[in-house]
Design a protein around this ligand. Structure first.
Ligand code: UDP
Length: 323
């Protein structure tokens, strides 16, 4: 299939592009390289450097690529930043994303696969959460993704554009070639591993007074290769709707730090800090729907495996992509 991938130079996008190509698909990557890296784009893919705010370019590019399916990773994706700069989230994730949706419609694209998030659920009353959990986001990031989910429903109804929206839990891990290198790193696992690498002195623990067994936030970590597998399955005709992608197991911030220490064999110095704005205490997926309806079968469900793959990548790429 001809697949048009926005954000294909980013963390999850780069791994998914690699897997799409391995599965025999033709891939065009569209990325502005503000968050992504040129070196993270698989050389087998065609690359267009451009911004989703450029509506004409987006429409032209989707057409030129003879696109049959769009996979839309490109987005602003930091909970904390969204609390201080909501406009950036509504502009990038909603307004610019709409240009891509229109481009898909204009060019007769058959399938639209969207990176949504468990942050659309807000503060769930129960965990694990399945897809019917009420969506009440508590930060602009989650709200912007929820708005896009709703746009997908209307584009499907009005224009017949079939969509799959994946609500990711916490993406983590690396492939041997592609890993996590954000210009400003806010995520837990890479920050802990930077301490293990000797690149940071200590790791912050944001909040130790949450209603969880050890007082720190609980998240469900999912390997980017397992995310990639789900996207490839979503391309099958007739697959549509909303799917959680997580492992159904929650780990606290302290448990993640302990796992990183064990995997790397290094002591991790930590410092307890106040809560970070917008963080729900506990997010854990019920992901049975993706398994039964898409045939999704995660290969790397254990936190230890996920962290080990990330550690191997960081050891091999101590300066990330080096740009
Ligand atoms: N966190 C932390 N120290 C860090 C980075 C993150 O304690 O240096 C916490 C964060 O407050 C959250 C969890 O780790 O409770 C996961 O955060 P991350 O940014 O990795 O992902 P998010 O769940 O926000 O998408």
């Amino acid at each position: 299939m001809n697949v048009f991938v926005t954000g294909g130079a980013g963390y999850i996008g780069s791994a998914c592009v690699e897997e799409l190509l391995n599965a025999g698909h033709m891939v065009t990557v569209f990325d502005n390289l503000t968050e992504g890296h040129r070196a993270a784009i698989d050389p087998r893919a065609t690359f267009i450097q451009g911004c989703l705010s450029d509506r004409d370019l987006v429409i032209k590019s989707v057409g030129q690529a003879k696109t049959e399916a769009v996979i839309h990773f490109a987005a602003s994706a930091l909970v904390g930043e969204s609390m201080t700069n909501p406009a950036k989230y509504f502009r990038n994730n909603v307004a610019n994303g709409l240009n891509l949706l229109e481009a898909a419609k204009e060019n007769g694209v058959r399938k639209f696969v969207f990176s949504s998030t468990c942050a659309t659920y807000g503060l769930p009353e129960r965990v694990p959460m399945d897809e019917s959990t009420p969506q009440k986001p508590v930060n602009p990031y989650g709200e912007s993704k929820l708005i896009f989910e709703k746009m997908l429903l209307w584009f499907e109804q009005s224009h017949g554009l079939e969509f799959v929206a994946f609500r990711y839990f916490n993406a983590a891990g690396a492939t041997p070639r592609f890993g996590e290198d954000h210009r400003i790193e806010t995520h837990l696992i890479p920050n802990v591993l930077k301490v293990a690498l000797g690149q940071k002195e200590q790791c912050d623990i944001f909040g130790t007074d949450y209603p969880t067994p050890d007082g720190t936030c609980i998240r469900d970590y999912i390997h980017i290769l397992d995310l990639a597998q789900a996207h490839i399955l979503a391309l099958q005709p007739g697959k549509r709707g909303f799917f959680n992608l997580g492992n159904g197991e929650g780990y606290s911030v302290r448990e993640v730090i302990d796992t990183c220490a064990r995997v790397s064999g290094k002591a991790i110095k930590t410092v307890e800090k106040p809560r970070r704005a917008g963080d729900p205490p506990r997010l854990v997926a019920a992901a049975a729907k993706a398994k039964t309806e898409l045939g999704w079968n995660p290969q790397y469900p254990k936190l230890e495996q996920i962290v080990a793959s990330a550690w191997a990548w960081h050891v091999k790429h101590p300066s990330g992509y080096g740009d």
